[in-house]
Design a protein around this ligand. Structure first.
Ligand SMILES: Cc1cc2nc3c(=O)[nH]c(=O)nc-3n(C[C@H](O)[C@H](O)[C@H](O)COP(=O)(O)O)c2cc1C
Length: 200
């Protein structure tokens, strides 16, 4: 049996291809890369949650997502320089883990631009009276009660802007794992584009 041959140019091609999948995933809700796991540090312990991929910038390579500034993750993102994110495509069997440098956009030009492009239906999530993850005495939808069955008007939705943040994640290190029955392919890509094979 002959062993397959994988060289560093193949790794570059895999990395470029996966970046293209990420770009497509922003608009494609069915893509496995549309959602990803965000890991942050809460003082001394890690926390995880799912978020939606909102934008991908290829050069420099950056990902972004939106969230509520009142959430615990906002505190954790503000208090740490780095976070990790994880993607998995279970059909193509590819895992991508990125170490990222965090930039928070809140009440600035970037957050305003992203907010302007955010659908009224999505803006509603930032209009709830309670901080996300706060303890409730009783169940509450955490949406503006008079907008439960409808989208807010453009004017009404503006009350959510103060809670809205956009987070940009600049990729500092990538760890890519492609599963194969005849030998997995695993490599890392560092900030200077240096690529190293990693054992799987
Ligand atoms: C499918 C799905 C998509 C989600 N997308 C987002 C998102 O884009 N931004 C966000 O802040 N929370 C999102 N959430 C909720 C978070 O996973 C999390 O429950 C919430 O933000 C509170 O997180 P925290 O307590 O760690 O701050 C999503 C949850 C699911 C299940």
């Amino acid at each position: 049996m002959t062993l397959k041959k994988i060289n560093k140019l193949d790794l570059e091609d895999i990395y470029k291809r996966e970046k293209r999948y990420l770009v497509k995933a922003v608009e494609d809700g069915k893509s496995p890369y549309h959602l990803f796991t965000l890991s942050t540090i809460n003082d001394d312990s890690p926390e995880l949650r799912i978020v939606v991929l909102r934008k991908v910038n290829i050069n420099p390579f950056k990902l972004s997502f939106n969230s509520d500034i009142r959430s615990p993750k906002a505190y954790q993102l503000k208090n740490n320089k780095y976070c990790n994110v994880l993607f998995y495509d279970s059909i193509r069997r590819i895992q991508m883990r990125f170490k990222c440098l965090i930039t928070i956009n809140h009440k600035n030009n970037i957050s305003q631009e992203v907010w302007n492009q955010t659908a009224l239906q999505s803006r509603k999530c930032y209009m709830g009276p309670h901080s996300p993850t706060s303890i409730l005495e009783a169940w509450h939808p955490n949406l503006p009660i008079d907008c439960i069955e409808r989208d807010p008007s453009e004017e009404e939705s503006q009350s959510g802007y103060k809670n809205f943040m956009n987070i940009e994640l600049e990729i500092i290190k990538a760890d890519i794992l492609e599963l194969h029955y005849n030998g997995h392919i695993r490599f890392e890509v560092l900030k200077n584009d240096k690529i190293n094979f990693l054992s799987a």
